[in-house]
Design a protein around this ligand. Structure first.
Ligand code: FAD
Length: 291
């Protein structure tokens, strides 16, 4: 049988981009959320990547510095523009936060599991976020706040914890969600002049929401210690573990289940998560303090 013959043009063509090849996106806007957290609007320079589902993440490249996993915090718009909210903690996240408008970053994804907002119709939903943990929840919150504002009988509560008042991300949107009718409670670990809201960790808000454990689903994201205490607090208040969804983070490199850097027990966070049901092996792993 004759083998297909490649034309010279085909021989010279670059390989088709795969999940490990970043696509160029232009920084269309950059908005400071807090002193060290920035939301970047990224517009595709070529065909946009697949539309991310709420809770999924992309791998973002700051060229010449490195690549990190960052959840999608907004979009996509009709032109494929997406938003990512980045907390500056190290070299790559700092470079991304400092990327000027007009510069180009690399994006590959979207990867991972999502919050499953589609199957929350008719359920009561409680979202609990700690610090930058509101970023991976933001697209879900926008959908849920919109659905409850448009007359759905469903109960939707948003509980937010931050270290200090100036560490609350998306403060303007929190005001808008409240105006739309969402019950948004914000607490801070340490107050500052002008703060007249609650003081204490976010778990202190849990028993202030009269939720029905039979019909409520909770979505939880934040530092791991906060996830652990929140999930346990919700279970203590009667919520079945199967009704609690958590988003976990680990050092992530390939994003597609090849390298094993994000292994957690039998799980790979990039392939099996980042959003997990807080039951079975995930609950067991989170309860082991050394993890
Ligand atoms: C699925 C997934 C989704 C994520 N989504 C987001 C997101 O939406 N926004 C976001 O800002 N980050 C997000 N992260 C975390 C982000 O990937 C890391 O913060 C990033 O890899 C740090 O890289 P770096 O090179 O800047 O810092 P590194 O050089 O890796 O770390 C520098 C220092 O910061 C510390 N550090 C690292 N990560 C954190 C952290 N998360 N918090 C506090 N200190 C840290 C390290 O211990 C080290 O001391 C996500 C991670 C995963 C796995």
């Amino acid at each position: 049988m004759a083998l297909p013959v490649e034309s010279p043009a085909e021989r010279l063509a670059p390989p088709a981009p795969g999940p490990l090849v970043p696509e160029p996106y232009r920084v269309a806007a950059s908005r400071s959320e807090t002193e060290d957290t920035v939301t970047l609007s990224l517009a595709p320079l070529q065909d946009p990547l697949l539309a991310p589902r709420p809770g999924q993440f992309n791998m973002l490249t700051a060229f010449g510095v490195g690549e990190v996993a960052i959840s999608v915090s907004g979009g996509p718009d009709s032109d494929g523009t997406i938003e990512h909210t980045v907390h500056s903690v190290g070299p790559v996240s700092r470079a991304l936060c400092n990327s000027p408008v007009g510069s180009v970053v690399g994006v590959r994804g979207p990867f991972g599991t999502d919050w499953g907002v589609g199957d929350l119709a008719g359920r009561d939903v409680m979202v609990v976020a700690g610090g930058i943990g509101l970023a991976p929840l933001r697209t879900a919150v926008i959908q849920l706040a919109g659905a409850s504002a448009s007359g759905g009988a469903r109960r939707f509560d948003l509980l937010v914890g931050a270290r200090t008042p100036d560490q609350v991300v998306f403060a303007d949107e929190i005001r808008r969600w409240r105006e739309q009718g969402t019950n948004v409670q914000v607490t801070v670990d340490a107050a500052a002049p002008g703060w007249d809201g609650p003081v204490g960790v976010v778990t202190t808000l849990l028993d202030k929401v009269p939720f029905d454990p039979k019909s409520t689903v909770a979505l939880v994201c934040g530092p791991e210690v906060m996830i652990r205490f929140t999930a346990r607090g919700l279970v203590d208040l009667g919520l079945p573990p199967e009704n609690i969804r958590v988003s976990l983070e680990r050092n992530m490199q390939c994003g597609v289940g090849l390298c094993g850097h994000c292994q957690l027990g039998p799980l790979l966070i990039c392939r099996d998560g980042p959003v997990f049901t807080y039951a079975g092996v995930v609950a067991d792993l989170l309860l082991q303090r050394e993890l």
